[in-house]
Design a protein around this ligand. Sequence first.
Ligand code: NI
Length: 180
Amino acid sequence: MATRPIRLLGDPVLRTPAAEVTSFDKELRTLVKDLADTMIEAPGVGLAAPQLGVGLRVFVYDVDDVLGHLVNPVLHFPTDEEQDGPEGCLSLPDLTFDCIRKQDVVAHGQNVYGDPVTVSGSDLLARCIQHETDHLDGVLFIDRLDAETKKAAMAAIRDAEWAQPPVVKVSPHPLFGRAR
Ligand code: NI
């Protein structure tokens, strides 16, 4: 069992689009195992590679007692039906906000060996797949909240004990003889 630290909001890796996986090697298998171990220990229902600081398009999920992973996912939405419900993220600990997602999703991708796989899901699995695929594009669920909910989320994030203060770069000495 090998867990790795989960990156928190404010870490630039969470805002960086991840790269397509092209090497289906031992390193990828170790990554998927570590993703699963870290997700289960957290515990959570999904975890994407950027959350462990790895910029590759792979995530794991654990929904309805099914533990799975998906590499290079491409999502399709068979219906326009939506679901509204609570959503959270291990990179924003202890916060949940209602987020609208598509009700049904079909995800095409590959498994850890490079074989093509399709995962179809509704409800929580569909929500999880959309959330984790967003992570691979540098998108967080707080980006998808309606304006009012987002305002509440930002206030809660500001007050969260895990929140990292924003980095402010200050010039160490006056520039051109003037204080700035
Ligand atoms: Ni997340």
